[in-house]
Write a protein that binds this ligand. Structure first.
Ligand SMILES: Cc1cc2nc3c(=O)[nH]c(=O)nc-3n(C[C@H](O)[C@H](O)[C@H](O)COP(=O)(O)OP(=O)(O)OC[C@H]3O[C@@H](n4cnc5c(N)ncnc54)[C@H](O)[C@@H]3O)c2cc1C
Ligand code: FES
Ligand code: FES
Length: 511
């Protein structure tokens, strides 16, 4: 059955089914919660995904009766993208008579709150953590809180609260299902309330394109790739939206009217990730978290820069396709993908084409994508033998910051000779780019300090970056060359000796 324009957005809010009509599809979840729903426990700080004051938890069905729970920045989430999902705000946690939920109790007992402005968001991030972790490590707790800023308490008491909350007895919470979703033996607990939510969500599942219209604006959410191709062909000027972690800012910060929006978020084929003998194919709507996990076995060297890619809620909402398609010169995935010879798959109606990723970028925010065409997938070759790989993100702040410079080096070194070199760079040109001159300085040469030095000089001379608030042009050039030198220092000795080159993860573990 095909849905109609009059279809409301159907979602679950704190356990209750809600149908929404009449609001613009550009309305953010935060605006709607705090406005029409009067759920003002969820706060607004930055309205750009940085502070976490607006964090809520969203449960989605896996389709097998179990749920995925994710912390979400309500300030960036567009309301129609919640169709078929369950939203939980801070108001949902308290039990009968206002009894504190175990996560709230832990925040109180550990003195995790002072002025309280960040507290609802922190608490919801911890609530999401309790759904996935029983005894989280410090690194896991840090990651869970990576999208939440607190200006007064300091993080130690909040980290203590995380440990206490996760260690709680799953079903000892005042309201049953709200306790941790993971048992002591690591198995998932599906409580009766979770079963109820899963059943509620099953009733909202859509089998055909969801079309919504509100305040004169249109939202089209196909469920499969053919539906997406048809929607893009019918509305070639429409704005495609995936996780809205870039698009959301155009609404909250630039107040842009985006016209018709076509969502890729529910398109089955685009969320899929497939691993074959020669390549991993990552659907354009796969989240950054899922994409990172899919590449981790082949390329553990990328782990650290993935972790420094925004925060957990942004990586859980944002997609690899969105990062690639957005064509920002400082996007973090593209330099590494270019170094790894990734290709981008584009589809327009029934025509499918594949381009080397570097050829997708034509100029500042200008790409080879035609009207009516969409990014279907990114294809990353499996790890070649004798690969030496390094990827470096350089930013003013270590975590939650945009890159000033990003460089990725992928060298195939056999018997001490660089057989193949690919270098991807970001932050130094109007587009993410491949550093051909420096690759020439490496290919066919012995992998020695002199070769690395020659490549570093070629890299420094290859670009005329801009001065901006993140870095001066001179700094960017110098850093680029130094990253080449660093790659040599970290890998040269082992690669030249034919030994296994440690990944940076190994190196950290040995520190
Ligand atoms: C707080 C914060 C921190 C961030 N930190 C980083 C960071 O560290 N590094 C970094 O690189 N980025 C960062 N970003 C940017 C953003 O999260 C990423 O670019 C993300 O991958 C975008 O994915 P999305 O699904 O949200 O894209 P959207 O916002 O939905 O879309 C982005 C663009 O891609 C287009 N698009 C999306 N999917 C398709 C498709 N299938 N076909 C054609 N066009 C498509 C859209 O039309 C739009 O132009 C950050 C953003 C925020 C808000
Ligand atoms: S209000 Fe700051 S992340 Fe949403
Ligand atoms: S308690 Fe004041 S911002 Fe965190």
């Amino acid at each position: 059955m095909s849905a109609t324009d009059r279809d409301p957005i159907r979602l679950i809010v704190n356990g209750d089914r809600v149908d929404v009509c009449g609001v613009s599809p550009q309305t953010t979840l935060l605006e709607w919660l705090r406005g029409p729903r009067q759920l003002t426990g969820t706060k607004e700080g930055c309205a750009e995904g940085d502070c976490g004051a607006c964090t809520v938890v969203v449960a989605e069905s896996r389709g097998d009766g179990t749920l995925v729970w994710k912390p979400v920045n309500a300030c960036l989430k567009l309301l129609p993208s919640l169709d078929g999902k369950a939203v939980f705000t801070i108001e949902s946690l308290a039990g009968p008579g206002g009894a504190l939920h175990p996560v709230q109790r832990a925040m109180v007992d550990c003195h995790g709150s002072q002025c309280g402005y960040c507290t609802p968001g922190m608490t919801m991030s911890l609530f999401a953590l309790t759904k996935t972790a029983r005894q989280p490590t410090r690194a896991e707790i840090d990651d869970a809180l990576s999208g939440n800023l607190c200006r007064c308490t300091g993080y130690r008491p909040i980290v203590d609260a995380a440990r206490l909350a996760c260690a709680g007895d799953a079903e000892a919470g005042d309201t049953g299902w709200r306790g941790p979703g993971v048992a002591a033996d690591g198995s998932r607990i599906v409580s009766t309330d979770e079963e109820r939510i899963a059943a509620q969500l099953a009733a909202l599942a859509r089998a055909a394109t969801f079309e919504y219209e509100g305040a004169g604006q249109r939202w089209i959410a196909p469920v499969d790739a053919d539906g997406l191709a048809a929607a893009c062909a019918a509305h070639p000027q429409a704005r495609i939206v995936a996780g809205a972690t870039d698009v959301g800012l155009w609404i909250t910060k630039q107040h842009r009217d985006l016209g018709t929006l076509i969502s890729t978020a529910g398109v089955r084929e685009l969320a899929a990730i497939r691993r074959d003998a020669d390549a991993t194919t990552i659907g354009a709507a796969a989240t950054l978290e899922d994409a990172c996990a899919a590449l981790d076995d082949d390329y553990p060297e990328l782990r650290e820069s993935w972790r420094r890619f925004a925060s957990l809620p942004i990586r859980g909402a944002g997609t690899l396709g969105g990062n690639v398609a957005n064509a920002s010169p400082i996007g973090d995935s593209m330099p590494a993908l270019i170094a790894l010879s990734a290709r981008v798959i584009l589809r327009r109606e029934s025509r499918v084409r594949s381009l080397p990723l570097e050829d997708y970028y034509l100029g500042y925010q200008k790409t080879a994508r035609e009207d009516g065409e969409f990014v279907a997938a990114v294809v990353v070759p499996r790890r070649p033998a004798n690969l030496v790989l390094r990827a470096y993100k350089v930013s003013k702040r270590r975590d939650q910051d945009i890159s000033s410079v990003y460089a990725a080096f992928a060298l195939v070194v056999e018997n001490g000779i660089v057989r193949r070199a690919r270098i991807g760079c970001g932050g130094v040109a109007p587009t993410p780019s491949r550093a051909g001159a420096a690759e020439v300085a490496l290919a066919g040469r012995p992998w020695t300090e002199a070769t690395a030095q020659a490549a570093a000089s070629a890299l420094e001379g290859a670009y005329t970056p801009i001065d901006d608030l993140r870095a001066s042009a001179a700094y960017r050039r110098r850093v680029l060359g130094n990253l080449m030198r660093r790659c040599w220092l970290e890998t040269g000795a082992s690669a030249a000796a034919g030994a296994r080159v440690p990944t940076r993860v190994d190196a950290c573990a040995g520190d």
